[in-house]
Design a protein around this ligand. Structure first.
Ligand SMILES: [Mn+2]
Length: 300
């Protein structure tokens, strides 16, 4: 039991208790820390959240929309801190790690006194379940954070990480408080704000790769509908960036997660031409598209 074990290990000497997530925390890291802070407070423990790195803009904007100030969650760790890791099991933060609540698969469990790692839709969901199992009362805020962490960490319950056993809890919790699941689903899909200028959209989710003598730039957007997506404008901006930069190719991916479509656009500087293919599934850039491109370029 996570909470009884944490409470047993916390010495009364007054070392500061610090909650932290992984480097460059996402929504779930923040939510898991907020939930841990919320429930520890109910046990009489004041814990400070000290995230580190940089939060992605989407997670930050959704947290803000939910009434939290993401920047307030970032702070240097005070001296002699006892650390509780949320949504990770290793850290470069200073202090003594006493506990961890994580859902990332590990091969060798780290040596942490209170170590909890299991498959879960989100780390926030683990903290929430452990608090409920320990007999702590939840409230609207805790229910919302846990629910939102699930939607944000599982592409709105669509990824393989999602635990189907969470479904009844989601339905009950949303009904109890009147939470807007369709709004959470839109946030969880990480849709790109298509009102941004084309130059920014062309740089969205930017990565660069080098394959032999070829340099490849890549960007992507997640779109709700084709009508609202200024594809031609974005492609023009990608082309301009490719021609004026040091890249030989620009790979632009346009995802339509609701329709499960991936549009793959590949621009080649030498021929000044785009190649477009449409796929009736959500392809992974890292696992599918980039390896295929790498093979194609190496065969040249
Ligand atoms: Mn997570």
């Amino acid at each position: 039991m996570l909470f009884s074990e944490i409470l047993a290990i916390l010495n009364p000497s007054g070392n500061p208790v610090v909650l932290t997530g992984h480097l460059h925390p996402d929504y779930d890291s923040a939510a898991a820390c907020l939930l841990m802070q919320h429930f520890l407070r109910k046990c009489g423990v004041d814990a400070q959240i000290c995230l580190y790195g940089e939060m992605d803009a989407h997670s930050a904007s959704v947290l803000q929309k939910h009434g939290y100030d993401p920047s307030a969650l970032f702070a240097p760790v005070p001296e002699k801190a006892l650390l509780i890791l949320c949504d990770c099991h290793t850290t470069t933060q200073p202090g003594k790690v006493i506990a961890c609540a994580d859902h990332h698969p590990v091969i060798d469990a780290p040596d942490i006194p209170v170590y909890l790692n299991r498959s879960a839709s989100s780390a926030g969901r683990i903290v929430y379940q452990e608090a409920v199992a320990f007999g702590l009362k939840t409230d609207r805020e805790a229910d919302f954070l846990a629910l939102a962490s699930v939607y944000m960490d599982t592409r709105a319950c669509g990824s393989t990480k999602f635990q189907a056993t969470d479904k009844p809890w989601i339905a009950e919790t949303a009904a109890r408080w009147g939470f807007d699941l369709s709004s959470l689903a839109r946030d969880g899909l990480c849709l790109t704000d298509m009102t941004l200028p084309g130059e920014l959209l062309a740089q969205n989710d930017f990565r660069a790769y080098t394959f032999g003598k070829y340099r490849v730039a890549s960007s992507s957007v997640q779109a709700e509908t084709e009508e609202e997506t200024p594809v031609q404008d974005i492609l023009d901006c990608c082309r301009t960036a490719c021609i004026s930069g040091t890249y030989d190719f620009w790979l632009f991916l346009c995802y339509f997660p609701l329709e499960k479509i991936t549009d793959v656009y590949l621009f080649e500087k030498e021929t000044d031409a785009w190649n477009h293919t449409r796929h009736a599934e959500i392809l992974s850039r890292g696992n599918n598209i980039i390896p295929a491109l790498q093979r194609m370029l190496q065969a040249r």
